[in-house]
Write a protein that binds this ligand. Structure first.
Ligand code: CO
Length: 616
């Protein structure tokens, strides 16, 4: 039904952000658009009449250095040099910047300053937990350096995610000085009805705040939802050019333009120009789309039932496959909403999607809920990721935290400044510009690998693999392929640091590669080697699942327990690494370690005896 206003001569303008250069290829092509691919079409995109071009942030930064051997900062400068009319936009994960943990304030501020300096205009700042304290430094920095700060509601559904709670969250961000507000529906679960209700309330309470809506076509609802959103007062929606749209990407730009114009809105976009841009991507698809993603179903109707994002399900599937437990997927899907409820209903987006997903898998495979708790769950429960949307029940929180003390302050307040320390860690001959220090702060191993590659004479550098099927990107929901030679080489470079707290952000689609890159080398203090050739005569502690056995939690770290040690009930004995998590194996009762039955670094099967013990 048309509204009267649509019959007036001046049609209301609805703006469209093009996500083709960031979210779309991250969602469909494992983030593999190269800078040259972008530059070849950038001028046409700049002239199409979009409100803004999302072209940076998310997984692009990591993939640039890790797989494409490109400097992401240089990509930004080159896009800016061509796109002079349309503002550039990026996705910034608040205090996490583009990584998976909290960074100190000085790193956040300098990152934003350099992004502004190199041409970034609009910063969409979000936090997985919608904790305003994780947004404040990033938003303040964007304002300080002259950018457009877009606040974000990370949309999810739960008993505590009410319209009133979202309005309160929006107001908190308005008080921080945001210029506009995004509703980020990363899982594609926002229905037209819920969008109408939420946006009407936001418009009523915050009439001057421009509202932009971001969604994914995963469940097939996003196009209908966009129309409802626009009718309720949203002024801007995110679309991708049709070839790069749909499936787990954004709705198709050309279709949304036609839908909106049929309803009397003006988008300022010209279908002929869009068709030229689309022809370019249709051709590029032949060489850039990974084969594995060509088999994806167009609509994942399961999302409509269980609201679990499609990418997350493929991660769970790959984690279970590693455990030879694919048949337990239905149990995990039933467990996941319970774990999420226990953990205070976090929205399922990086990094909370990984924390909740892996914990659910452990809850099922271990046979007893929370008998195994990941380090990330432990920190999450203690408040290190921010305030949970609903409080965690006190007794469970205590159990999850283990020996950690809960924090109630802004998590980043606990972090020391990080820039100077990072600069001191990089060999000075590898640093070309200040931006390199920021790249290193975010992805230390990946950045060092890239810097070393870059420092070699051009004819001696390893070639960049052309075959996409040989690589898996972070956040790409594709099954993990076997690592190729290039990845194994990268893994050697990457074996420098094991960063327990920063490990989880990479989705399980890349388990095979990431695990190799971060697997600790054998401890530098030689670990006693024990063969499992003598059968244990006493009780044993067994592997709770398939994984890799470690006696220390990083290169050069001391052994957790030695033979003859007395271990208190609940204290750690060793580690089984699985699903990218270092899972400490604890003493079930007070005991004495008799003998380790497995070598440090070896692969273990579920149920395999790891340590012979004597109970005291
Ligand atoms: Co998105």
């Amino acid at each position: 039904m048309k509204q009267d206003s649509t019959k007036k001569t001046a049609r209301p303008r609805i703006r469209i952000t093009d996500t083709t250069l960031r979210d779309a290829h991250q969602s469909l092509w494992a983030t593999r658009l190269r800078t040259d691919d972008i530059l070849a079409i950038a001028e046409k995109i700049d002239n199409a009449g979009y409100y803004s071009l999302e072209c940076w942030g998310g997984a692009t930064f990591d993939v640039c250095m890790r797989f494409l051997r490109e400097n992401p900062w240089e990509r930004l400068r080159q896009i800016k040099a061509v796109c002079k009319k349309t503002p550039l936009q990026m996705l910034l994960r608040g205090q996490n910047i583009l990584g998976y943990k909290h960074y100190p304030d000085d790193v956040v501020e300098r990152f934003v300053a350099l992004a502004c300096e190199n041409g970034m205009d609009i910063f969409r700042v979000f936090d997985a937990l919608n904790d305003p304290r994780n947004l404040e430094k990033a938003i303040a920095s964007v304002k300080k350096y002259g950018g457009h700060a877009q606040g974000t509601i990370s949309y999810t559904t739960s008993p505590v995610h009410t319209v009133a709670a979202y309005v309160k969250l929006a107001k908190e961000q308005v008080a921080m000085g945001i210029d506009s507000l995004a509703i980020k529906d990363m899982a594609g679960i926002l229905t037209p009805g819920a969008a109408r209700e939420l946006i009407s309330a936001l418009v009523k309470e915050l009439p001057d705040m421009p509202i932009q809506v971001h969604s994914h076509m995963t469940s097939g609802m996003a196009a209908a939802m966009y129309l409802a959103a626009v009718e309720s007062g949203a002024g801007c929606v995110d679309c991708a050019i049709s070839t790069m749209s749909s499936f787990s990407s954004q709705p198709p730009c050309e279709s949304i333009v036609t839908i909106l114009e049929s309803e009397g809105y003006d988008t300022g976009l010209d279908q002929e120009k869009l068709a030229e841009i689309n022809a370019y991507f249709r051709e590029l698809k032949k060489t850039r789309q990974p084969l594995s993603t060509q088999k994806v179903e167009p609509v994942d109707a399961g999302v409509l039932v269980h609201a679990i994002p499609g990418g997350m399900i493929s991660n769970l599937r790959s984690q279970l496959a590693q455990q030879d437990a694919l048949d337990r997927l239905p149990e995990v899907l039933a467990e996941l909403p319970k774990t999420r409820a226990d953990m205070g209903y976090p929205p399922l987006v990086t990094p909370t999607s990984q924390i909740v997903g892996v914990q659910s898998v452990l809850n099922v495979l271990s046979g007893k809920r929370y008998s195994m708790v990941t380090d990330e769950t432990k920190h999450y429960a203690a408040g290190y990721y921010g305030r949970t949307p609903a409080p965690i029940e006190k007794k469970l929180q205590k159990k999850l935290m283990g020996d950690l003390k809960p924090i109630t302050c802004r998590p980043a307040d606990l972090l020391k400044p990080g820039l100077a320390a990072a600069a001191a860690e990089i060999p000075s001959k590898l640093i070309q510009k200040e931006e390199d220090i920021l790249s290193y702060c975010l992805f230390p191993e990946v950045a060092l690998g890239y810097f070393k590659w870059r420092a070699q004479p051009a004819d001696q550098r390893d070639p960049i693999p052309a075959d996409l099927e040989q690589q898996t990107a972070p956040e790409a929901a594709v099954p993990a392929p076997e690592p190729n030679a290039e990845e194994r080489r990268l893994a050697d470079i990457g074996a420098l640091v094991v960063e327990l707290f920063g490990k989880i952000g990479v989705s399980a689609g890349s388990v095979a590669t990431v695990k190799r890159a971060e697997t600790p080398a054998p401890a530098s203090a030689p670990v006693e080697e024990k063969k499992a050739d003598t059968a244990p005569t006493g009780p044993t502690i067994n592997a709770p699942f398939n994984g890799t056995f470690y006696r220390s939690d990083g290169p050069g770290k001391p052994q957790i327990a030695k033979e003859g040690d007395q271990i208190a009930k609940g204290a750690p004995l060793c580690i089984v690494e699985a699903m990218k998590m270092f899972n400490p194996i604890h003493a079930d009762k007070a005991l004495t370690v008799v003998k380790f039955l497995v070598e440090h670094g070896s692969v273990v099967q579920k149920g395999q005896p790891l340590v012979e013990v004597q109970y005291v």
